[in-house]
Design a protein around this ligand. Structure first.
Ligand code: UDP
Ligand code: MG
Length: 315
């Protein structure tokens, strides 16, 4: 019988410090799962340090190691997509290079798919230990808001670390959108998903590439990609404003007829003007966000550009 094969996709951006630890850990897990073949797909997302050299060295001494190296930094979403498109395994897992996604969970994840019939096993952090409290606070708010707005469920604390069958992966790569928000895409495609929980682990080496601002932009991306509710809210605010204005006009006409036309009320007028034009700009901004995303999608630019792969080095 053909052996099952697990493909491990690792997106790496400036991970020269953590890769050796990661490789050691993942190969230990692989050697414990004797009945399974492994393939390690490292996606070098335009790193500026020696990440590519480290990967090449690994590829030279271990023929299970493959890699794709981008022509520049395209972001983690693009790196994961490139990995998913190019692996050959029957089961595919996505992991971070910093060991924040413990490879030791893999045997249990595999068992759940193989024996209990799940199509995919996701992981979520139950704590956000080691994270700035303010970031955790905003992250929690984000999940509350997006789950109210979007029909696709986003699980709070869900990591990108998951094991999936080839079928699930095929359906994910059939979603060819340019603005990728994987947490949403995974839940959009459906299938039976089991969630495993674990305590947050701090990274082994190097530092997080996500600044608060980057995370904020990523959150907006998630909202724009998975719900058009903000557009409706803009419209509703518009209707409400018209109603208020209509009532105000009647009140002013009646008041003028009864009391005459004493000049006054300029400060309140200015306040109202500022308020209304503020809301107008906000709504235009919301429309602009969607328009911008539509603009990018219509260009049909490639999600990533490859500079070299393991086929380009002689072993
Ligand atoms: N990463 C990437 N491209 C980027 C940023 C990050 O491939 O532009 C990779 C990074 O190398 C790591 C994973 O994505 O393997 C998660 O990044 P990080 O640990 O910085 O994020 P955090 O765990 O702090 O959310
Ligand atoms: Mg990390």
């Amino acid at each position: 019988m053909k052996k099952d094969k697990i493909s491990v996709i690792v997106s790496c951006y400036n991970e020269e410090a953590s890769l050796p630890y990661f490789y050691k850990e993942i190969t230990t897990v692989a050697s414990e799962m004797k009945e399974i073949d492994f393939e390690f797909m490292f996606v070098n997302d335009g790193s500026k340090d020696k990440t590519l050299e480290v990967i090449k060295d690994l590829a030279k001494k271990d023929n299970r190691v493959r890699f794709i190296s981008f022509s520049r930094n395209f972001g983690k979403e693009a790196a994961m997509y490139a990995g998913l498109e190019n692996v050959t395994g029957d089961y595919i897992t996505l992991m971070d290079a910093d060991l924040q996604d413990p490879p030791s969970m893999l045997p249990e994840m595999f068992r759940l798919i193989k024996e209990e019939g799940y199509d995919s096993v996701g992981t979520r952090r139950v704590s956000r230990k080691g994270e700035p409290p303010i970031r955790s606070f905003f992250a929690r708010c984000f999940y509350k808001i997006i789950n109210k707005m979007s029909k696709v469920e986003m699980v709070d604390g869900a990591r990108d670390y998951r094991l999936m069958t080839k079928q699930v992966v095929d359906s994910i790569i059939s979603l060819k959108e340019y603005n990728r928000y994987s947490k949403g895409l995974f839940s959009f495609v459906g299938f039976e998903t089991k969630w495993l929980e674990y305590e947050n682990v701090e990274r082994v080496a190097g530092e997080s590439k996500w600044s608060f601002w980057k995370l904020f932009k990523y959150a907006i991306e998630g909202i724009v990609a998975f719900t058009t509710l903000p557009l409706s809210i803009a419209a509703v605010i518009g209707v409400l404003m018209c109603l208020i204005a209509f009532i105000a006009i009647i009140v002013i006409i009646v008041k003028t007829l009864i009391l005459g036309d004493p000049v006054g009320g300029w400060p309140s007028m200015v306040c109202i003007l500022l308020f209304v034009s503020g809301i107008q700009l906000l709504c235009m901004g919301i429309i602009g966000q969607y328009l911008a995303k539509t603009y990018l999608e219509t260009k049909k630019r490639p999600i990533y550009i490859v500079k070299e792969t393991e086929k380009d080095i002689e072993k």
